[in-house]
Design a protein around this ligand. Structure first.
Ligand SMILES: NC(=O)c1ccc[n+]([C@@H]2O[C@H](COP(=O)([O-])OP(=O)(O)OC[C@H]3O[C@@H](n4cnc5c(N)ncnc54)[C@H](OP(=O)(O)O)[C@@H]3O)[C@@H](O)[C@H]2O)c1
Length: 321
C-alpha cells in the first residue's frame, strides 16, 4: 500500500530535515510537528510539507495529528539527560513514553504503518546490561513499538550519522578550532558512520515496502573508524588539526563529568562516555531490501568540513536550545 500522508515526528532536526525533503520529492504530503515553529522554518520551502506547532507528548494533540495520517515516522531523540536509573526523566519522556503514546494513537486511529528511529548498539533482551541510559531507554522505546498495536512497524538503528550540519564531525571540527589540543576519552571506540541522505533514503524505501514490516534494520556506512581517526579527519578537513591526547578511562569519564557542569549546551556527558563502552559497528552490510549502497565518509565530509566549523557544531547546538 502506498502511504500518502505522513506524520513526521522529530522532522525538524538534522536527519528529519533530509527525510522531509526526500518524502516531499517522492510526492508524499508530510506534516512536521515542532515545539517551536520558528526553529523549523527552514522546512517551509518544501512544497508538500506542513509545519505545525504542537506538543506531541499531549495525547489529545498527538491523536489528532495521527488521525490525519496514513503512516507515522518517529525520529524524536535526545543525547543528554539528568542522571537516573535505569535512565533519566528526559530519556523516559522522549525515548520510552513518547513511542508508547505514538503506538497507542496509531491503534486508536487504525494507522498500521509506523517507522521508528532507534540507535545502533541497542539490542533486544538484556536491556539492563546496556552500558548507558541512552541505549537502555532506546531499547525500551523499541520494545514499546514491538509490543504495541501498530502492526506494521519498522525499526532503524543507525551508527553515528554524518552530513552537512551533523552533530558529530562538526563538533570535533569546532572544538579543534578553539583548543590547542584535543584530550579524548574512548579514543579507540569504533564507529561506522552513515551518510544522512542514506538514512533518509532507507526510511523512504521502507515506507511502502511490506517486506520491511516487523523488521529491525542496522544502518551503517562502508567503513569503520576509531574515534581518534574521526577527530583527526575532522581537524584535517576543517584546517585546524590539533594533537590528540588519548585519555585513560578514569580521566576520560572525569572530563565528561566536568563537561556536564560547563555552561552552555552539553557537549559531552558521562552517559555518552558510557555508550562508547561498546563498539558502534553493524553486524553486517545494510539489508538488501532497503536498496542502498552506503556512501563513504570521504566522499562527503571533506566538502562541508572545509567550509569551516564555526557555522556548525557548538553554534548550532546553542541555537537549538
Ligand atoms: N544524529 C546521529 O548521529 C544519530 C545516530 C543514531 C541515532 N540517531 C537518532 O535519530 C533521531 C534523530 O536524530 P537527529 O540527529 O536528527 O536529532 P536532532 O537534530 O536533535 O533532532 C531531534 C528532533 O526531535 C525533536 N525533539 C527533540 N527532543 C524532543 C522532545 N523532548 N519532545 C519532542 N520532540 C523532540 C526536535 O523537534 P523540535 O525541536 O522541532 O520540537 C527535532 O526535530 C534521534 O532519535 C536520534 O537518537 C541519531
Amino acid at each position: 500500500m502506498a502511504h500518502a500522508r505522513i506524520l513526521l515526528i522529530g522532522g525538524s532536526g538534522f536527519i528529519g530535515s533530509q527525510l522531509a525533503a526526500r518524502l516531499a520529492a517522492a510526492g508524499k504530503r508530510v506534516t512536521v510537528p515542532t515545539r517551536r515553529y520558528e526553529r523549523a522554518r527552514h522546512l517551509l520551502p518544501l512544497p508538500t510539507v506542513e509545519l505545525v506547532e504542537a506538543d506531541v507528548h499531549d495525547e489529545t494533540q498527538l491523536r489528532r495529528l495521527v488521525a490525519q495520517s496514513d503512516a507515522v515516522i518517529n525520529l524524536v531523540g535526545i543525547l543528554h539527560d539528568r542522571r537516573g536509573s535505569p535512565w533519566g526523566p528526559g530519556f523516559d519522556a522522549a525515548h520510552v513514553r513518547l513511542p508508547a503514546k505514538i503506538v497507542a494513537a496509531c491503534a486508536h486511529s487504525g494507522v498500521r504503518r509506523l517507522l521508528h528511529m532507534s540507535a545502533l548498539g541497542v539490542r533486544e533482551g538484556g536491556e539492563q546490561a546496556l552500558p548507558s541510559m541512552y541505549l537502555r531507554s532506546k531499547a525500551a522505546g523499541e520494545r514499546a513499538v514491538r509490543e504495541g498495536s501498530a502492526p506494521d512497524w519498522t525499526i532503524f538503528r543507525p551508527s553515528v550519522v554524518f552530513g552537512p550540519g551533523d552533530h558529530f564531525l562538526n563538533l570535533f571540527a569546532s572544538l579543534q578550532a578553539w583548543l590547542p589540543a584535543m584530550p579524548l576519552g574512548r579514543a579507540d571506540a569504533r564507529f561506522q558512520p552513515v551518510y544522512v541522505d542514506d538514512v533518509a533514503q532507507a526510511f523512504v524505501n521502507a515506507l511502502d515496502l511490506p517486506a520491511t514490516h516487523r523488521g529491525c534494520y542496522e544502518l551503517a556506512g562502508p567503513e569503520v573508524f576509531t574515534l581518534r581517526e574521526l577527530v583527526a579527519l575532522a581537524g584535517r578537513h576543517c584546517g585546524h588539526r590539533r594533537p590528540i591526547i588519548a585519555l585513560p578511562d578514569g580521566p576520560g569519564r572525569l572530563q565528561a563529568a566536568l563537561l556536564e557542569l560547563a555552561p552552555g549546551p552539553t557537549l559531552m556527558s558521562r552517559d555518552n562516555f558510557d555508550s562508547m563502552a561498546i563498539d558502534n559497528v553493524a553486524s553486517g552490510p545494510i539489508a538488501p531490501e532497503l536498496g542502498l549502497t552506503p556512501t563513504p565518509l570521504g566522499a562527503i565530509a571533506p566538502s562541508y568540513l572545509s567550509r569551516g566549523p564555526a557555522r556548525y557544531g557548538i553554534e548550532r547546538m546553542r541555537a537549538r536550545r
